[in-house]
Design a protein around this ligand. Structure first.
Ligand SMILES: CC(C)(COP(=O)(O)OP(=O)(O)OC[C@H]1O[C@@H](n2cnc3c(N)ncnc32)[C@H](O)[C@@H]1OP(=O)(O)O)[C@@H](O)C(=O)NCCC(=O)NCCS
Length: 248
């Protein structure tokens, strides 16, 4: 009941669209679950840590530009400035993070692509999705949400440390109708973002509300499972195991 209501809300706010809108031509992928992208707070650091530590070396290399050790990952998570940056996450039913997008804002002068804009701030985006949840649209939704945040924050340049050999990421950006510029080196890609309008501002606010509702439903469900396990004496960790893709 709550799930189906959330799915309807998601469709209404654009969250439930299976693929990004700017390119417009992508057909819906009916077998894919609805993905809710939620803005994270400092309270999510433990979840973030677990997500990043589970990434294999090759994925850490793609995500961070180098094979960070566990200690460096921990330091990275501890140092995320939630007041300055925006971190988005996609949770599964057990409230494990399936995907994370970190949108960091920095003054233009300090950016590797400083010549690409006259705006005072440039955004840098890094994204990762748990191996078990790939190919379901999670990365796409995180990317779309981050680019919408840029639009609404009057940031027109989105930088990504992303090799051209990263076909999946290239595919996601192109699917969103974005041209990938590489004037500053092979690994330094940037995208130009459209200006905001009243619809994008409304849509972002609604998407966050729906994602928050989804999170509350999942949190209550998890608490109920725990309580049920205690009462019945079955104990054990509910659903402990590999990450499951989100269900709509
Ligand atoms: C890049 C990443 C975030 C994508 O996440 P994801 O949830 O699997 O992405 P999605 O499911 O939204 O989209 C993947 C798309 O790539 C397509 N794809 C998969 N393999 C591909 C390939 N070899 N070449 C081109 N496209 C490919 C899929 O078909 C899908 O497209 P579709 O939606 O049109 O069918 C994930 O693979 C990841 O975490 N990689 C490691 C870290 C990384 O590379 N981060 C990016 C650098 S910042």
């Amino acid at each position: 009941m709550a799930d189906s209501l959330l799915s309807r809300l998601a469709q209404w706010t654009g969250l439930g669209r299976k693929e990004p809108q700017p390119g417009g031509a992508e057909p819906a992928k009916p077998d894919r679950p609805t993905v809710f992208v939620k803005e994270l707070s400092p309270r999510s650091r433990r979840h973030l840590m677990r997500h990043f530590l589970a990434l294999e070396d090759k994925d850490r290399l793609l995500r961070f530009g180098s094979k960070l050790s566990d200690e460096m990952v921990a330091r990275y998570v501890q140092n995320i400035d939630f007041a300055r940056d925006t971190v988005f996450g996609v949770y599964d039913r057990r409230l494990r993070l399936l995907g994370v997008g970190h949108l960091a804002f920095a003054p233009r002068e300090t950016s590797r692509v400083s010549g690409a804009t006259i705006k005072p701030v440039v955004a840098e985006f890094g994204v990762s999705v748990s191996a078990a949840a790939r190919g379901l649209g999670v990365g796409t939704k995180l990317f779309m949400r981050a680019s919408m945040r840029c639009r609404n924050a009057d940031v027109d340049t989105l930088y990504m440390h992303c090799l051209s050999s990263n076909k999946v990421m290239m595919h996601i950006a192109k699917k969103a109708g974005m041209e990938i510029h590489r004037d500053y080196g092979e690994a330094d890609a940037y995208l130009k973002i459209q200006p905001a309008n009243s619809a994008t501002i409304f849509q972002e606010a609604m998407q966050e509300q729906v994602a928050m509702l989804d999170y509350i439903v999942k949190a209550n469900f998890k608490a109920l499972l725990k309580w049920g396990a205690r009462v019945t004496g079955l104990g054990g960790k509910p659903g402990g195991g590999a990450d499951q893709p989100p269900k709509s």
